[in-house]
Every structure is written in structure tokens, then in C-alpha cells.
Design a protein around this ligand. Structure first.
Ligand SMILES: [Zn+2]
Length: 456
């Protein structure tokens, strides 16, 4: 497929690069680099070693930076000291893939005529390879720019060792700007560039009222039921119908989006119907586009993810559980601070039920970047060159811990050029990536590298 006014050498390069891209993606997807699962330790190492080799095979320099956890892969092309440097961030760890809905083995790569199936294909191995191949092209063309890659292997567990890897002794040079390529568009054919992310605060609440489970016929009525009490706590924290969080002080630091921001959200082509289809929802809290967008991008949440304990097999077993656990998290928005919210939450839980033990499970700061200025303008032009349309500036409801870490470590502009689509099954069964997004992504990155070279 050629575009009008397209760059001939780039189009030939992309066509020629396709088999290489598919081969590399297959190799990467077939490594089950599940950072959340300790039994995959060896796969994390294998993934890092393979990534270094893939970079070297493309003529880039590459090495492993060790951390207390999984290693980080660093590589790229240095073409000249006084040239601008951009760092592209991706991650090579993946979500677990135990959902029963998988129609194939999640770590057996399948190429269905440009549709690339397998866990990690879109999040985030496909986009990583896309950027790398575009960089190779830019370097081959003599574009005066230094391009570095930073490939993390602990993104899906909240980047616990990423800050340490960026410490000066590891020799990762500070770039002039960063591109994070790990975000999702709103709809196919409508490029989107987020400028903000929600933060995250996870917590585990445990309650023990007995040493073992007891029989409800013999003890029920006098026995305290930890699962019921944890349900009561969840109810005290959040209004199940509206989603409104009831923890005192929770909303104090929230900065609501401006009218202009909301208008830019609405200009993204978002449709409630498509949103429901993409995520296979049967019902939502609201059907109004503006309300949905404010809720998913610019408002905090409180979610219950799991209630553990008692009996969950077939039928009913009449136990009063001895203990229970509630797994929760809160999405946070600017200017909420996870540490502060955790203090509020802990105090609130203690007041509600003094036997419940609260343990934090990861904190990520919310992020708000710039959406105007030379980098944003350059990115707009690059996306237009890559996909034929200027991107909509939106926010992202998810968290990328690495982003706030990068910002604190380097204090340089951070832009988001994600290539994933809602239907790609991000963090869901039957994940895939596709050649349309990969080839458009290569055009975009190639154009962006050229733009950056001309910026200063
Ligand atoms: Zn990701």
C-alpha cells in the first residue's frame, strides 16, 4: 500500500522489513516473560538476552543493565555527540494469560496474514520492534540523531527497580526527550496521543477472626464472618452504583479537567457503543460520552478486584471462614498523591474495622505532560505522516509507573506514541497486533526521528 506523497525509500524499507519484523515478533512472543509469576524467572533472563541479540543483529549497540529484580535492556545507535538524543521506552514483560477464553496457546505465536496473535504482541513487544526498525531506517538514511532504547521487564508489576536502573552508575545517558510507546488509541483509524496518565494505589486488606473455618450451623450467629465484614468495608469505601469514593478527603487534591481538555477528549472520536464492543461490556454506569471520558481519564476510582476466603467450589459449603482477604486498588489523578491517599485510606479502614490489616500493593504517581510546544507539534506532524491523520490529544486511564520515574530522573519532555488498538486485547485474552499498526508506526517513528533531528 503506497500513500500519496509517500517516501519511496521508506516504503521499500518497510516492505522489506516485514518478514524480519514478523520473525522477531514470533521469537519474542514465544518467550512467556510474565513478570508477575516467579516461576518465569528464567524466561525473564531469556527475554533480555534475546532482546540484546535482536538489537545487535540490527547493528545497534546493546547491553543488559542489572537491577535487584529483572534486568533492563539498553541499546541503540549513537551517531554523533552534538546531535539530539531521543530515548524510546517499551517493556518486554507481559501479563499472565490464564483466561479460559484464549482460543490458542497464548505463547504460541500465530501470524494470520498480518494479524499477529499471542500474549505480548501488542503490549508491548510489537510496538518495541516497530520503533526499533524505524530507528534502523533513520540511521541508515543518515538522519543526524542518537536513538536509544530502554526496554523494561518489570512494567506489569509497577516498575519496582526501574528508578535504580536509571542511576548514573549504570551509564544510561540522559536524552533530550523520551517517547513512551505503550498506549492504546481510542479507535482504529484515529491516532491518539495521551498527555496524562492516572496513578495507582493498590492494597490488600486481610481480616482473621478464627484460626480455622468453622461450621455455620454450630457457630453461626456468634462467629464473626470476615468475608461479610470485608464486604461491609468495601461498601463503606465506595458507592457501588455511582463509583463515588466515600473515603473522607479522597477528592481534596483532584484537579478537574478544563472545558478545553474535555473538548479535546470528545474530539478523539470516542463512542460509547464502540467502547462497549471493544471491551465486551454488557452494561456501564453511564452511557454519555462526556461522562464516560471524564470518568476513565480524569477522575479517580476505587475498585474491588477480588475477595478471597471461605468456600468457592460447586454448591454451598456452610462454613464461617476463619479469615478473608480483599484486594483493592484506586486509580488516582493529578494532583492526588498515592502516599497521602494511602494514609487517608488506612485511617479510614482503622475507624471502620480495627481488626482489618491494610498492606499497600504498589503506588504510582499520576502524570500530566505537555500537550503543546515543539515536541508535541513534531509528534503531530509525524503521526500525520505515519497514519494520514493528526492525533487527538487525550489522557490514558491506566498507569505506567516508568513514566513518572523517567520524569523524576531526567526532567525532559515525555511523549506518548502508542500503537495499540482497543480490539487488540490489551491485558485480555486473544491479544494480537497487526501489520497496519506496525507499518504505520514505522512511518510515524521514521518521520518523528527526522523531525527531532531538525528541532534544534
Ligand atoms: Zn504495556
Amino acid at each position: 500500500m503506497t500513500r500519496s506523497g509517500s517516501d519511496g525509500p521508506l516504503e521499500s524499507y518497510i516492505t522489506a522489513a516485514r518478514p524480519r519484523f514478523e520473525q522477531m515478533l514470533a521469537e519474542m512472543v514465544e518467550v512467556p516473560s510474565i513478570s508477575m509469576d516467579p516461576s518465569h524467572q528464567a524466561d525473564m533472563r531469556r527475554m533480555a538476552t534475546m532482546a540484546v541479540q535482536l538489537l545487535k543483529n540490527q547493528g545497534a549497540q546493546a547491553r543488559i543493565v542489572e537491577t535487584k529484580g529483572n534486568p533492563i535492556v539498553v541499546g541503540g545507535w549513537s551517531t554523533g555527540r552534538n546531535r539530539p538524543t531521543v530515548t524510546i521506552y517499551n517493556h518486554l514483560d507481559v501479563q499472565p494469560a490464564q483466561e479460559p477464553e484464549w482460543r490458542q496457546s497464548p505463547f504460541a505465536f500465530r501470524n494470520e496474514d498480518g494479524l499477529y496473535r499471542g500474549r505480548g504482541a501488542t503490549d508491548d513487544k510489537g510496538p518495541a520492534l516497530t520503533a526499533m526498525l524505524a530507528a534502523r531506517y533513520a540511521v541508515d538514511q543518515g538522519v543526524p540523531i542518537n536513538i536509544q532504547f530502554l526496554w523494561e521487564l518489570e512494567e506489569e508489576i509497577g516498575s519496582p527497580n526501574f528508578a535504580m536502573a536509571l542511576a548514573p552508575e549504570h551509564g544510561i545517558p540522559i536524552p533530550d526527550s523520551v517517547v513512551v510507546s505503550d498506549t492504546i488509541w481510542i479507535a482504529k483509524g484515529r491516532p491518539a496521543m495521551p498527555y496524562g496518565l492516572r496513578g495507582l494505589l493498590g492494597a490488600r486488606l486481610s481480616l482473621r477472626t478464627g484460626e480455622v473455618d468453622a461450621h455455620s450451623g454450630v457457630t453461626g450467629g456468634a462467629a464473626r464472618n470476615p468475608l461479610t465484614e470485608l464486604c461491609a468495608l468495601a461498601h463503606a469505601c465506595v458507592d457501588a452504583k455511582t463509583g463515588r469514593v466515600k473515603i473522607p478527603g479522597f477528592y481534596d487534591e483532584v484537579v478537574p479537567p478544563t472545558k478545553a481538555e474535555v473538548n479535546s477528549f470528545l474530539a478523539s472520536g470516542f463512542q460509547v457503543k464502540r467502547f462497549m464492543e471493544a471491551y465486551r461490556f454488557q452494561t456501564l454506569r453511564t452511557m454519555q460520552a462526556e461522562d464516560v471520558l471524564k470518568r476513565i481519564w480524569a477522575a479517580p476510582t476505587f475498585e474491588v478486584h477480588g475477595l478471597v476466603g471461605g468456600y468457592s467450589g460447586p454448591g454451598v459449603k456452610t462454613v464461617v471462614p476463619g479469615c478473608g482477604e480483599l484486594k483493592v486498588s484506586m486509580r488516582l489523578v493529578p494532583n492526588q498523591r498515592p502516599e497521602q491517599i494511602f494514609r487517608l485510606f488506612k485511617r479510614f479502614v482503622a475507624k471502620q474495622n480495627s481488626r482489618i490489616i491494610v498492606e499497600p500493593e504498589g503506588m504510582l504517581q499520576p502524570f500530566r505532560g505537555a500537550f503543546d510546544g515543539p515536541y508535541a507539534e513534531a509528534a503531530k506532524r509525524a503521526v500525520k505522516a505515519g497514519f494520514g491523520k493528526e492525533p487527538a490529544f487525550i489522557r490514558e486511564g491506566g498507569s505506567i509507573g516508568a513514566v513518572s520515574i523517567l520524569q523524576r530522573a531526567w526532567h525532559v519532555p515525555i511523549l506518548f506514541m502508542g500503537l495499540s488498538l482497543p480490539e487488540h486485547g490489551y491485558h485480555a485474552p486473544n491479544e494480537y497486533f497487526d501489520w497496519g499498526q506496525a507499518s504505520g508506526g514505522m512511518r510515524t517513528f521514521a518521520a518523528y526521528f527526522k523531525e527531532l533531528a531538525g528541532l534544534k
